[in-house]
Every structure is written in structure tokens, then in C-alpha cells.
Design a binder for this molecule. Structure first.
Ligand SMILES: Nc1ncnc2c1ncn2[C@@H]1O[C@H](COP(=O)(O)OP(=O)(O)OP(=O)(O)O)[C@@H](O)[C@H]1O
Length: 598
């Protein structure tokens, strides 16, 4: 219930007064519908067209003027009133349906933007812990269900109020029948409450299935090369067939559940009407008017009772989606990195001397016995090139993430020109950094658009300049449409080395004061490696360069090399100096790479 209230509050803060206007209009529609049909009998009867013997039925007095009217006028008046009521009800209905759809679509967008805003401003550790496909699933499927669910709750509320009004009207017309109908409804709802529980369980199953589905297809599409080259198609297809079968049976089960519950109501309705009509005629000598009332009230009220049950089942099935979106929003708020202020312009930090790590410890998970980084004390001087090396898993990427303010130290400080990194200067530091990841990301569009992503106003001259710096101008110049060549999905029509150089050009275009380059491990051939080395040499002295080096040959010109092992700095100095330190990790790594070199 708390989750439902949470969403109602959200829709309230989005739509405000219009929501209440719509709710009121929805109630009015129900009322008009009720009045039109419930009053048809007394109106027809009083006009004297058919003698229904309606004495004693309420509201009759309101139509006594019809008694004085000849039948030839009375009937058209009665029927026109009926038509007028139905026409106004439907006109209002149309208007409200359009308004509801505007509110619903607007609310869907609102809740999407709100959730995405909270998500995108969450800190890095939040993303490290989360499965990306789960986030995609929430942002696509679950949010849509939650928004539709909010609408279902509003619909339920208005139909509940309308039902109450109709019950009051019916009660005034025929109290005994109304009480009987209601008692039957309550008894049936009581026995049908198990349908609500099962709807909730199915709703949960639906979320889990769509989570696994999105996770599976994301993994498979990302690993399609692995699948093809290792002939894993069959096993993957088997997985796909199984999960889609589960999804199919979940939907069918849901449908079965809904129709069984409605079937009970329909059968019960026929049984109750039969029993009541029989009892009325045989035990209470009921007149035609009373019998018609029984049928009219049953046919009006019973679907409403059944409708309430159907809405409750629908809401029960959607509650897990509410819970999921709410939990994500709360988690994001707990992991909020900085105060959300989208419009704030962030100036890059002006960094004169150095970035320092002082007595820094870091651990991913508080339950881990050992810290990932232990007592790190290093200086990254400005306008110099610093290279991090070490075996796989030694902590290079973790340390770089810490320097970029993505990870926060468990103990110790990261200082920029002596000022500790805090929420005040974190974004300015990141604004000064350009980062080239190991697996560079390119959009499936032109090279130009991939570059201008970071500098929308960059001229062609500036684009070529950055391509020259990244040693990419030559191969881009040879492409069929130059800068306007479209590169494939994630840039697969380019080689690994070419991709990394385009991303490097993009990084340079931003004119960063710090360039962080996570060197590709395997993608680079010797020629590409040389090109990257050329690029770094060209950039040296123009900005602070931090490289995670997997190939030691690329960092011969580094001003300092920092060697990491199991989360500790074990050596640091100039390349030549470290290569002289015999029997230590750096000379060992160097020897291994020389041995492996072709
Ligand atoms: N998200 C994470 N959660 C928990 N532990 C992690 C996480 N990321 C990395 N680690 C652990 O932290 C240690 C350092 O990893 P890191 O990625 O920093 O090493 P690396 O030197 O960059 O390795 P590589 O050269 O293979 O990229 C490893 O033991 C790794 O298992």
C-alpha cells in the first residue's frame, strides 16, 4: 500500500489540480450513467406509457409533471432526457479520456525523467554494483507498468466513488435488493481474495522474467562474436526458447486468473438473479416494476463489483513494479554524488602543481577482509606523464578511478594542489579530465558526430587538429567520406587501434588539462601502438598525462612510472631507473614482454 501511495503522491506532484478535476469529472460521468438508467423505469412508468405500478418508488414525485402531459408529448420528453443524459455523459467521457491520456503520457515521461535524473547523478560505486541490464529493464518495461498502474489506481478510485453513489441511488430505489446485491458482492470478494495474492505473485514473476530476458539478450548481443566463433548458437537459442516459454506461460496464467475470477462473478450474478427473482415472485408477490428494478440494479451494480475485483487484481499485479521503481529511486538518492543542479555551469579546475594521494586506502566492499588499495602515497605532477604498471588485478584501474574522484578513499585523501577532493571541487576536477577507456565507446554514426559530442561547436579545423594529435588524421583522410564516414555499431568497422585513436582525438578536442588513457591490452598491433606512442609524445608537456600501460614499450618517455602490486605501490621512478633495478617487478614485467615480443 505504501508503494501505491508513493506513486499517487508523485502523480499528484506532477499533475496537481487537474488530477482532482479529472477525478471529479469521472465521478460525474458515473453519476450521469447511473441516473440515466436507474431513472428510466420511473420516468417511463409515470408518463403512463406502460403501467408498471411504481407507487412507493422514490424520485417518482420529481416526474409527476409528466402525469399531466399527454403520452404523445411525455414519451418524447422522457426519451429525449434519456438521450441527452447519455450524450452528455459520452461527450464528457471523451474529453476526460483525452485528458487522462495526456496526464498519463506526461506522467510516464515525468517519472522516467525523475528516475533517470536520480540514476545519472548516482555515484560510481552504485553503477559498479548494479547490473546494467537491470537498470535498462526498470527504465524501459517496469517504469511503463508502474505508470500505467498509477492510472489504474486512479481509475479504481473514481469507479469506487461512482459505485458508492450508485449504491446510494439504488438503495433509495430498492433497499432490500441493494443490500442483497452488496452482501453477495462482499461474500464473493472475500472468497476471491486469493486471486489478489496470486496476481501479486504473478506480477513479481513477470518482473523477474523480464529482468532475466533483458539481461540475457544484452549479454548475448554484446558477446555475439564469442557465440559465433565458439558455435554457441544452439545453447543460446535453447535458453531463449525456455525463457520466452516461461514468459508466455506467465501471461497465459495471468489471463486465466483474470478470466476465472470474472467467470465466478458472472456465474454468481446469474445464480443470484435467479434466486432473487424466484424468491420475490413466490415469497413476496413482487410486481413487474420491482422485478424490473431487481434486474436493472443487478445489471448496473454487479458489473461494478466485478470491476472493482478486476481493478484490485490489476493493481496487485503491478505493485511489484511500483516497489521496484521506488527502490531504485531510493537507492539512487542514497548514492547521490552531488546535489542535483543540472543548470549549474561547471568550470574545469585550474590545476597548477600536482594531484596527490596521501595515505590512501580503498576497498570495494566493506565486508572484504583486505583493502584493494593500501597506503598509497604518490604525486602526479602537472604537465608531466605518469604511467601506472603492474600485473592484472594489481589495482591500476581502481587507483585511476580514485584519482578521477569516481571512487572515494576509505582512509586518506586525494588532494589537488593541496586541496582535498570534496563534493565542492569533484566535478570541476572531472571537467578538467578527458578519459580514454580500454574499450573505447563510439556511437553508430559519423566520425564527425562522434567527435562533436564533447564540443558541439568545434570547427573542421579543430576536428582535424585533434585527429592529427591522436595520429588518426591519416586513416580518417583515406576513408570514403572522411569525417562524414559512418562507423558501424560501436565502431566495429574500425580496428581496435583506430577506434582508440578516434576516442583519443575526442578526448583531446575537449582540451583537457589531464588526459587519462587506459591503454588497450590486446587490440593494438605494432603499427597502432607506434601511432598511439607518437600521439602521446606529441601531447607531452601540453597537458598532464596519466597512462595505464599494458605495453611497457609505450611508456619509455614517461616522466615517472609507478609500479603496483596487490594494491600497493612497490616501485616508482623513471623508466630507465626502474629497468635497472634487477630482481624487482618492473624488470620482471619488462623481461616477460621482451620474451613475448614477435
Ligand atoms: N567492482 C569491483 N568489486 C569488487 N572488487 C573489484 C571490483 N573491481 C575490481 N575489483 C578487484 O580489485 C582488484 C584490482 O582490480 P583493478 O581492476 O583495479 O586491477 P587492474 O590492475 O586495473 O587490472 P587489469 O590490468 O586486469 O585491468 C582486483 O583484485 C579486482 O578483483
Amino acid at each position: 500500500m505504501k508503494d501505491v501511495v508513493f506513486f499517487l503522491k508523485q502523480i499528484h506532484s506532477y499533475a496537481g489540480k487537474i488530477l482532482y478535476l479529472n477525478l471529479a469529472a469521472m465521478i460525474l460521468i458515473g453519476l450521469l450513467e447511473g441516473v440515466a438508467i436507474l431513472l428510466l423505469i420511473p420516468m417511463i412508468s409515470i408518463s403512463g406509457i406502460i403501467d408498471l405500478n411504481v407507487d412507493g418508488i422514490p424520485f417518482i414525485g420529481m416526474f409527476s409533471f409528466l402525469k399531466a402531459t399527454p403520452v404523445s408529448i411525455g414519451l418524447p420528453v422522457v426519451l429525449s432526457t434519456f438521450v441527452l443524459l447519455v450524450v452528455s455523459q459520452n461527450l464528457l467521457q471523451r474529453k476526460i479520456s483525452i485528458r487522462n491520456s495526456i496526464i498519463q503520457q506526461g506522467f510516464l515521461r515525468y517519472i522516467r525523467v525523475e528516475t533517470y535524473k536520480k540514476l545519472i547523478y548516482s555515484n560510481w560505486s552504485f553503477f559498479v554494483e548494479k547490473r546494467k541490464s537491470d537498470l535498462i529493464n526498470i527504465l524501459t518495461t517496469v517504469i511503463g507498468r508502474a505508470s500505467a498502474g498509477t492510472q489504474a489506481v486512479l481509475q479504481f478510485m473514481s469507479s469506487f466513488i461512482t459505485t458508492i453513489i450508485q449504491i446510494v441511488l439504488a438503495f433509495l430505489l430498492a433497499p432490500t435488493i441493494t443490500i442483497f446485491v452488496l452482501l453477495c458482492g462482499v461474500v464473493l470478494m472475500y472468497f476471491n481474495r486469493t486471486f489478489l495474492k496470486r496476481s501479486f505473485v504473478l506480477g513479481k514473476r513477470n518482473i523477474n522474467l523480464s529482468k532475466s530476458y533483458i539481461a540475457g539478450i544484452t549479454d548475448q548481443m554484446n558477446g555475439i562474436k564469442d557465440i559465433k566463433s565458439n558455435t554457441l548458437e544452439h545453447s543460446r537459442l535453447e535458453w531463449y526458447e525456455t525463457i520466452t516459454k516461461d514468459m508466455e506461460s506467465e501471461q497465459v496464467e495471468h489471463m486465466k486468473l483474470r478470466s476465472t475470477s470474472q467467470l465466478y462473478y458472472k456465474i454468481a450474478s446469474a445464480l443470484f438473479i435467479a434466486i432473487f427473482v424466484y424468491a420475490s415472485i413466490n415469497l413476496f408477490n413482487a410486481q413487474v416494476a420491482q422485478l424490473m428494478l431487481i434486474i436493472v440494479i443487478f445489471s448496473r451494480l454487479w458489473p461494478r463489483v466485478a470491476g472493482i475485483q478486476a481493478s484490485l487484481e490489476q493493481i496487485a499485479a503491478i505493485i511489484p513494479s511500483f516497489k521496484e521503481v521506488k527502490a531504485l529511486q531510493n537507492e539512487c538518492m542514497d548514492s547521490e554524488e552531488l546535489e542535483i543542479n543540472v543548470n549549474r555551469k561547471i568550470e574545469p579546475i585550474s590545476f597548477q602543481n600536482e594531484i596527490e594521494c596521501r595515505n590512501v586506502f580503498f576497498r570495494y566492499n566493506q565486508n572484504e577482509p583486505e583493502s584493494t588499495l593500501k597506503n598509497i602515497n604518490i604525486l602526479i605532477p602537472s604537465y608531466k606523464m605518469t604511467a601506472f604498471v603492474g600485473r592484472s588485478g594489481s589495482g591500476k584501474s581502481t587507483l585511476i578511478d580514485l584519482l578521477m574522484g569516481l571512487n572515494q578513499p576509505e582512509k586518506g585523501d586525494v588532494l589537488v594542489d593541496g586541496v582535498p577532493l570534496s563534493s565542492e571541487n569533484l566535478l570541476s576536477l572531472r571537467r578538467a579530465i578527458s578519459y580514454v577507456p580500454q574499450e573505447p565507446f563510439l556511437f553508430n554514426t559519423t566520425i564527425r558526430e562522434n567527435l562533436t559530442l564533447v564540443e558541439p561547436d568545434a570547427s573542421d579545423e579543430q576536428l582535424w587538429e585533434s585527429l592529427v594529435f591522436a595520429s588518426a588524421a591519416e586513416f580518417v583522410g583515406k576513408l570514403p567520406h572522411g569525417l562524414d564516414t559512418i562507423i558501424g555499431d560501436r565502431g566495429i568497422r574500425l580496428s581496435g587501434g583506430e577506434r582508440q585513436r578516434i576516442v583519443l582525438a575526442r578526448a583531446i578536442l575537449r582540451k583537457p588539462s589531464i588526459l587519462v588513457l587506459d591503454e588497450a591490452t590486446s587490440a593494438l598491433d605494432t603499427v597502432s601502438e607506434e601511432r598511439i606512442q607518437e600521439a602521446i609524445t606529441r601531447l607531452k608537456g601540453k597537458m598532464t598525462i596519466v597512462v595505464i600501460a599494458h605495453r611497457l614499450s609505450t611508456i619509455r618517455n614517461a616522466d615517472q612510472v609507478i609500479v603496483l602490486d596487490r594494491g600497493r605501490v612497490i616501485q616508482q621512478g623513471h623508466f630507465d631507473q626502474l629497468s635497472q633495478e634487477k630482481g624487482k617487478t618492473f624488470s620482471h614485467l619488462l623481461r616477460k614482454q621482451v620474451e613475448l615480443a614477435p
